[in-house]
Design a protein around this ligand. Sequence first.
Ligand code: FAS
Ligand code: PHB
Length: 395
Amino acid sequence: MTTQRTQVAIIGAGPSGLLLGQLLHKAGIDNIVLERQTGAYVLGRIRAGVLEQTTCALLDEAGVGERMHAEGLVHGGYELCFGGARHRIDLHGLTGGKRVTVYGQTEVTRDLMAARASAGLTTVYGAKDVALHDFDGAAPSVTYTLNGEPHSVVCDFIAGCDGYHGVSRASVPPKALSIYEKVYQFGWLGVLADTPPVSHELIYSNHERGFALCSMRSATRTRYYVQCPLHDKVEQWSDAAFWDELRRRLDPQAAESLVTGPSIEKSIAPLRSFVAEPMRFGSLFLAGDAAHIVPPTGAKGLNLAAADVRFLSRALIEYYGERSRAGIDHYSEKCLRRIWKAERFSWWFTGLTHKFPETGAIGQKLQRAELDYLVSSRAASTAMAENYVGLPFEA
Ligand code: FAS
Ligand code: PHB
C-alpha cells in the first residue's frame, strides 16, 4: 500500500473538484484529486452551457478565465417562445446590468484540467474502489486502487465532488442524511451540432407537443434540446426525427431559419430535483451534484456547484490561515440557503415550460396565462431575470 499525505483529498475531477483544487492551490493548500474515469471521458460528457457572472468571477479568481472571456458569448437576454411568437426577457435591463456567459462546461473543465496540469498538481485518473475512512473521526483518509495497486491518502479534509452517483454521499450513514427528491416523468433529448445558432440568444419554448430549448456553444456550434418521454432511448431518435420535432416546437420564423446538420453528440438526460442535507459530516464536505441536482431548465446545476466551491474554498482557506472553524461550521447552512432558492427557480421554470399530461388541458391554459402575465409584467419578468442571472451571495 502506497501512502500519500495531503491537506484536502478531493473526490471527482468534474468542475466542482477541479475548481476547488485550483482555488486551494492558489491559496497554498495542498490537495489531491481522485477521479475514477479518464480525463478524456470527463471531457466527453456534454452538459452545462450557461455561466452566471459570479461563476465567471470565480473562474477568474482561479486563474482560468482567459479563454472564457475570449471565446465565451456574453448574453444580455433570452427569448420565451409560446403561442407561435417569441418574447424577449431583457436580463441586462431588468437586473441593473447583469448578463450571463455561454461557455460550455466541457471548456470550463478543459481549462481547469490544463491549469492543474501546468501547476504540476496530483490528479489520479482511473482511481478505482475509492473509499472514505474515519471522516467523522480524527484521522480521515481515502483509499483507492490504481491499475490494481492499493493506495491510501491521509488528509485533514475530504471534499466529495463526485456527483450524484458518487461514493461520498453514499459513504454517509443514511440516518444522518435527509433526502428531498422529485423525479420528472420526462427527459431532455440533447443534440450537439456544428451548425450556426437559430438565433443570437437562447430560446426556451413552451409548446403543446413539449418543451424545446435552442442554445449554443459558439457561433458555429449549437446545442438543442427537446422534451421526450422518460423511457425513450436515444437510438429511437434519428437526426431527421430530432430536427423535425424541434422545428414543430418553434415559432414559424425560427422554424424557417433553423439550420440542421449531423449530430456530433446526442443523448437523453433524466430530470430531477434533489437535495441531500446536511452537506458536511465531520471532515467530509459534499459539493456540487454530490449534494444536489436541479432540472437543467434554469441553467443552475454548474452554477450551484461553483457557489458551493466558493463557500468551501473560503472556509478551508480561513481554517488554514486563521485556524478558524467558523466557515466550515457554517458551510452547509450557507450553501443550502442558496441551493433551495435555485431548486425553487429550476422547478418553477420547468413547470412553466414543459408539457405535463397529468395536468390536462387546464394545465396548459394555466401555463399560457402565466407566460402571458410574465412577459407583460415588469415585476414578474424582473423576478425571473434576477433568478436566471444568479441571486447575489449573502454577506
Ligand atoms: P460531475 O458529475 O460533473 O463530476 C463528478 C465527477 O466525479 C465525475 O467526473 C465522476 O466521474 C467522478 N466520480 C463519480 N464517482 C466517483 C468515484 N467513486 N470515485 C472517483 N470519482 C468519481 N447543468 C446546467 O447548468 N445546464 C445543463 O444543461 C446541464 N445538463 C446536464 C446534463 C446531464 C446529463 C447531467 C448529468 C448534468 C447536467 N447539468 C447541467 C448539471 C451538470 O452541469 C452539473 O451541475 C455539473 O456537472 C456538476 O459538476 P460536479 O459537481 O463536478 O459533478
Ligand atoms: C445548454 O446550453 O446546454 C443549456 C443552456 C441553458 C439551459 C440548459 C442547458 O437552461
